[in-house]
Write a protein that binds this ligand. Structure first.
Ligand code: 13P
Ligand code: SF4
Length: 303
């Protein structure tokens, strides 16, 4: 415990005392990741939450991540340290949008990115994350897929599953959407020997330059394993910081200025400590919505 500051030590004590499982996403501040039991991409977080033996689960991430943990483990208490940390992309699609798309394309199944509300998951056929989207789209027993809400991930999947027809909603992640092709070209010019790892929430004109296109965990894995001594990272800034700390022998560059998800940064050590101490900000969902959303999330976790 000697490398931890006082607040971190208090969190570790509370975690042990309450037998809580703390799961953190890679975009929350590094000092919060350091006290978590596991740091995950969205897929691993859902899997860990679904299988957790602990009765208390704390999700250091945004609201849809807490909702997913609750949907997958409804008998557990799930806490969100920052209940106002939402995901703007998840807010771009509503249940009514999905119902309208279903009416417009009656032969299609609805694939819903996990970055969505429980109400949207409840009217979808299957959920996916960025690391599972290609596999799930290929395996879906239909020729037409309605993909919500991320148009960028949707068009990446559509390009890699040409045998199916895709109907895309027009949502996007404001953080990844800001990364421009000009940023990538300038960074490649400045670091010609670097390989480029990029998240599929970025636009098509950015993703097409990727040597690796993948989720946060896949980007980290690629950076650890590649022989290339220089790596350009096209995703949220915390990944750049994490890799710089973890791989001091490699040169890690972000593209352009730093791209920050402000909602993920709301999950501070103070918020986590208070949440654990007072067991507050429980995730609650209407039972009918939870049960309907569970069908599409279960399919994702067990895929
Ligand atoms: P992944 O960790 O699954 O890559 O998700 C990225 C993201 O934007 C989460 O909100
Ligand atoms: Fe949502 Fe983008 Fe933030 Fe992820 S990085 S939580 S998709 S706004």
């Amino acid at each position: 415990m000697e490398n931890f500051n006082e607040l971190q030590q208090e969190i570790l004590r509370l975690k042990q005392k309450k037998n809580a499982l703390v799961l953190a996403h890679y975009y929350v501040p590094l000092e919060v990741q350091d006290v978590a039991d596991a740091v995950c991409d969205s897929f691993a977080m859902a899997q860990r939450a679904a299988r957790a033996p602990e009765d208390l689960i704390v999700i250091c991430g945004v609201r849809f991540m807490g909702e997913s943990a609750k949907i997958l483990s409804p008998e557990k208490t799930v806490l969100l340290p920052s209940p106002d940390a939402g995901c703007p992309m998840a807010d771009m699609v509503t249940r009514e949008d999905v119902l309208r798309l279903k009416r417009e394309h009656p032969g299609a199944q609805v694939m819903c990115y996990v970055n969505s509300s429980a109400a949207v998951k409840a009217v979808s056929d299957v959920c996916c994350t960025s690391s599972s989207a290609l596999r799930i789209a290929k395996a879906l027993p239909c020729d037409e897929i309605i993909f919500v809400p991320d148009k960028h991930l949707g068009s990446y999947v559509a390009g890699n599953v040409p045998e199916k027809t895709f109907w895309l909603h027009d949502g996007f992640c404001p953080t990844h959407h800001k990364i421009a092709e000009a940023d990538v070209l300038a960074a490649k010019k400045a670091h010609p020997a670097a390989v480029f790892a990029v998240h599929p929430e970025c636009g098509e004109d950015v993703v097409k330059h990727g040597d690796l296109v993948g989720s946060t965990a896949e980007i980290l894995d690629f950076a650890r394993k590649t022989d290339a001594p220089e790596i350009l990272i096209g995703t949220e800034s915390e990944i750049v910081e994490r890799l710089r700390r973890e791989l001091p022998g490699k040169k890690i560059y972000g593209v352009g200025s730093s791209f920050v998800c402000p909602n993920m940064k709301k999950v501070t050590l103070e918020a986590l400590c208070e949440c654990l101490r007072d067991e507050k900000y429980k995730v609650e969902l209407p039972p009918a919505e939870l049960n309907a959303a569970r069908v599409s999330l279960d399919k994702m976790v067990n895929s």
